[in-house]
Write a protein that binds this ligand. Structure first.
Ligand SMILES: CC(C)(COP(=O)(O)OP(=O)(O)OC[C@H]1O[C@@H](n2cnc3c(N)ncnc32)[C@H](O)[C@@H]1OP(=O)(O)O)[C@@H](O)C(=O)NCCC(=O)NCCS
Length: 104
């Protein structure tokens, strides 16, 4: 969730979700993703559909839709292409950089 409304709709949600999917597929060998989203959260539903998730079921009791993405060879190849510009950094290193920036 992008908590600050003024930062929504700028491509951040899709970009970050794609990064997590790329990491999960290439580093953790995850083969299937599932997202459960409230039926009234159309923006999230749209975002996951843009990321090639497809609707599996709708639960009217919980008022939510289940979307899934199964990783096949062609998706894996596409994700690897998408990752070409991403840089993996050590979390502790990124954290200390942020602390340095915020203490300036
Ligand atoms: C859902 C959320 C994570 C999406 O992140 P975002 O950075 O705003 O979205 P993006 O700019 O990356 O857009 C991704 C896709 O979402 C859809 N989308 C974005 N804004 C939209 C809007 N205002 N209306 C409809 N669809 C929209 C589009 O399909 C878009 O793809 P496109 O740009 O290729 O057309 C973010 O908007 C959010 O956190 N919203 C609040 C959700 C909420 O209130 N949840 C409550 C329960 S936790």
């Amino acid at each position: 969730m992008i908590a600050e409304p003024s930062h929504r709709g700028k491509g951040i949600g899709k970009e970050v979700t794609r990064m997590m999917i790329c990491y999960a597929v290439t580093k953790l060998n995850i083969k299937k993703f599932q997202a459960k989203i409230g039926l009234d959260n159309q923006v999230s539903i749209n975002m996951f559909k843009k990321l090639h998730f497809s609707e599996e079921s709708v639960c009217n009791v919980f008022k939510e839709v289940t979307l899934e993405l199964t990783v096949d060879d062609s998706l894996r190849t596409r994700l690897l292409d998408d990752m070409a510009y991403m840089k993996e950094k050590d979390y502790r290193h990124a954290c200390s950089n942020r602390q340095e920036l915020s203490s300036q």
